[in-house]
Design a protein around this ligand. Structure first.
Ligand SMILES: [Zn+2]
Length: 364
């Protein structure tokens, strides 16, 4: 099997980066007219900056408000609008679901795509992958596309204005990257691009972990006070770029499969992707039998950034075996990334690991 590494064409982050949207698009060869798919909050914060930037280059653009989930229906409606307008580029601006919808639509239309996350809550922006949900909020499929985004533009001023819970969720998502990457490395299982990992991807995943442990808590303090600090700059890069390149080019394993299992339980729908992934990380550590002091250090870190460490934090009763078995069964369904672990994993093992991680966390 070949080793494969992939990434967006360009990653840009900085204070007031929205002011340079069109210029950065132009720098990677993107062309007008542009359709910008935006969440309500991204639009209210950045529309002026986008307009000014597009005006400077004389680019024609329109905005489509996004309110829904990333479902097949939403993706198709963006495709229909893009075709009607005859646009040459798409932009997704907002949270993960807007970005996933815009990316999927751009790939169907075979036009270039820029993604402008307004929160740093997941590592999805840099990837060529969209997580598609059904109307009930359950994970339906991972759609993997030929192309990574042409541009990822992260405006630190928007990230600093967002609720700190989003940044913490991004830290939870990014925390999984090293552990899942390590599992794929040990098992020599393929990454998200059907190739083996590279030293570069593994080093990025490891650096992502070190960066999060070093700066995660300080970055949360910065956002709680709406400040852009050096720690926040480093964590936004860790949550978005390091984790994104790490997961896509090194692969996913148990933590994200357990996340998918958790989405089967309605009480988890009020929680963010990264908050569920956090429980996935702890369960993966229990499944792999990581030493207790290490597990406890991770739990202490999660508490320092207000991330969930117990099943009850997601509204799940650890003693409800029906619920536990539902999660475990979904997490181990054929084709799930949990089978990238370096040993065979069964639903019974996951059910035990969910409850073991919960019990161990309770002791910290
Ligand atoms: Zn994730």
């Amino acid at each position: 099997m070949m080793q494969v590494f992939c990434s967006p064409l360009r990653y840009v982050q900085g204070i007031s980066a929205s002011n340079q949207l069109a210029q950065q698009m132009d720098a990677v060869g993107m062309k007008p007219p542009v359709l910008l798919v935006a969440s309500k909050s991204a639009r209210s914060q950045a529309e002026k900056a986008w307009q000014e930037s597009m005006k400077q280059l004389g680019w024609e653009f329109s905005i489509l408000d996004f309110t829904g989930e990333c479902t097949p229906k939403e993706i198709d409606s963006v495709v229909a609008r893009a075709k009607t307008l005859g646009v040459k580029s798409l932009v997704g601006a907002g949270g993960g679901k807007v970005l996933d919808t815009a990316r999927a639509a751009a790939n169907i239309c075979n036009i270039s795509i820029a993604l402008a996350p307004s929160i740093a809550s997941t590592d999805a922006p840099t990837s060529a992958l969209s997580v598609v949900y059904d109307e009930q909020g359950k994970v339906l499929e991972y759609r993997i596309f030929k192309r990574n985004p042409d541009l990822v533009l992260v405006d630190l001023s928007l990230i600093a204005q967002a609720p700190v819970r989003f940044l913490a969720a991004g830290i939870g998502d990014a925390l999984s990257t090293y552990f899942e990457s390590d599992a794929c490395r040990l098992s020599r299982k393929p990454n998200m691009r059907s190739g083996l990992s590279t030293q570069a991807a593994f080093a990025l995943a490891r650096f992502c972990f070190d960066s999060i442990i070093a700066d995660g808590a300080d970055a949360c303090v910065a956002v709680a006070n709406k400040i852009v600090s050096p720690a926040l700059e480093r964590i936004v890069e860790a949550n978005t770029l390091l984790s994104g390149l790490g997961f896509e080019s090194s692969g996913l394993a148990a933590a994200h499969a357990i996340h998918n299992g958790l989405t089967m339980i309605p009480s988890t729908h009020d929680f963010l992707h990264g908050e569920k992934v956090t429980i996935g990380v702890l369960t993966q550590l229990a499944l792999e039998g990581k030493p207790r002091p290490f597990f406890q250090d991770i739990v202490r870190f999660l508490k320092s950034v207000n991330l969930p460490t117990r099943l009850k934090d997601l509204g799940i009763d650890a003693n409800d075996l029906n619920v536990i078995n539902t999660i475990a069964k979904r997490a181990t369904q054929p084709g799930e990334t949990i089978h990238n672990e370096p040993f065979p994993v069964t639903a019974a093992m996951v059910a035990d690991a969910l409850r073991a991680a919960d019990a161990l966390s309770a002791q910290v």
